[in-house]
Design a protein around this ligand. Structure first.
Ligand SMILES: [Zn+2]
Length: 66
């Protein structure tokens, strides 16, 4: 039985990989946490270690868990 106990939610990792992720250029916070006078979005760099197949297998493992 597949069991993933890492710190990262694979579904969240996939969402983060597929969706553009922005943060404030000044304080590096997400927009909702930014307290700067002006929020200046900067694109967050993708995780260079992201392994699409590995994350997909983790997601399907989570779905098939019973
Ligand atoms: Zn800010």
């Amino acid at each position: 039985m597949f069991e993933y106990e890492g710190p990262e939610d694979p579904i969240e990792a996939m969402i983060n990989h597929c969706m553009p992720d922005y943060y404030c250029k000044h304080c590096q916070q997400d927009e909702e946490f930014c307290e700067c006078p002006q929020y200046v979005p900067a694109k967050r760099p993708k995780d260079p270690d992201f392994d699409f197949d590995e994350v997909m297998s983790r997601i399907s493992g989570a779905w098939n868990r019973d």
